[in-house]
Design a protein around this ligand. Sequence first.
Ligand SMILES: NC(=O)c1ccc[n+]([C@@H]2O[C@H](COP(=O)([O-])OP(=O)(O)OC[C@H]3O[C@@H](n4cnc5c(N)ncnc54)[C@H](OP(=O)(O)O)[C@@H]3O)[C@@H](O)[C@H]2O)c1
Length: 391
Amino acid sequence: MKGLSILGSTGSIGTNVLRVVDAFPGRFEVVGLAAGGNVERLAEQVARHRPKVVSVGDASGLERLSRLVDLSGVRAVTGREGMVEVATRPEALMVVASAVGAVGLVPTYRALEAGKDVALANKETLVMAGELMLARARETGARLLPIDSEHCALHECLEGRSPEHVRRLILTASGGPFRDRPAGTFDSITREEALAHPTWRMGPKITIDSATLMNKGLEVIEARWLFGVPAAKIDVIVHPQSVVHSMVELVDGTVLAQLGVTDMRMPIQYALTYPEKWESAIPGMDFTKAMALDFRPPDRARFPCLSLAYRALEAGGTAPAALNAANEEAVAAFLDARVPFLAIPETIHEVLDAEPGSAVSSLEDVLEADRRARERARQALARRSPARALP
Ligand SMILES: NC(=O)c1ccc[n+]([C@@H]2O[C@H](COP(=O)([O-])OP(=O)(O)OC[C@H]3O[C@@H](n4cnc5c(N)ncnc54)[C@H](OP(=O)(O)O)[C@@H]3O)[C@@H](O)[C@H]2O)c1
């Protein structure tokens, strides 16, 4: 039995991780669960899996949880320290990092420091502190395995290849709900329109990131660290069907692609079982039906977040952490209907201009850059005219 701790167990990825666990009885033991405020779902998970440790966002959440489920024999903790405890529990061989945003950084970092393999969905952590996380993984021998479907595809295509044979990585993007929307109408985009992703059902933050293409920008930075490939050798291509999950071009011009249905249980199972392959009940591709695969370059003018992510990656140091912080603040403001859609790239642009990126030597440098960038982003968002915010 492989001991698992799951950070963000109540989210879209977290619940799919537990579906994979359920699909293989006796193969995994759920050692720890960590969530934020969804105590109802967490209570169900605790009742079913009886972890050794459970963490909730705060003390009031813990009190509600204790009224919903019997916590005898389960250590119950709260907040960031609680998440760190879940992430470093000795019985956990692997930590699934599936919380959303910067909140996952410290626990995921501590897990690598403790030598635990990490199955990573929480890409923001690698965007913020990729170099430090890779350094900890190298020191302790911990493996960092991607759950993001694109990176899972790249990981699989790169298996057994030597780096000098790789010309470039090609990340595919669905293009999101505004792929074909005229630029002149972007200022009237509503929250509901932005939340209607054409091919994937995901949590709200990543769904908005997909609508701005920032998700692909974050993935470029994630790929840089996971595969040690510079930004100049990472391309993005729009592929509306989301059938090809990503591709690797070799120096002789050959292109390797990984195809599959759009079901996150596949990349999750890949990470949880790597390097093994287990028989899965997920249906494969149906090639008896006609299908077309389209590819086209992304429109960087309509989706400036992609270029902003490349800019932060080239700048290095604290710039990607600033990019991430500004994006998190702007997306939260858009989801609260406090600012319009276009405020997202504009805010990130403003924060990056003020935070060109200083050197990173410790986690504290990253956390400090995150705090500074959030403060700047909040000021920029508050300055926007309420008349421009959506009702
Ligand atoms: N969804 C996908 O298909 C997909 C695909 C690839 C990558 N990812 C990445 O995976 C990560 C999770 O995405 P998601 O779609 O699963 O998001 P989600 O559905 O919004 O779930 C987020 C999880 O994080 C937890 N969380 C949020 N704030 C927290 C806090 N302060 N303390 C502790 N836990 C907290 C949430 O807990 P509560 O709900 O209990 O508050 C929830 O369990 C993101 O980084 C995303 O980019 C997602």
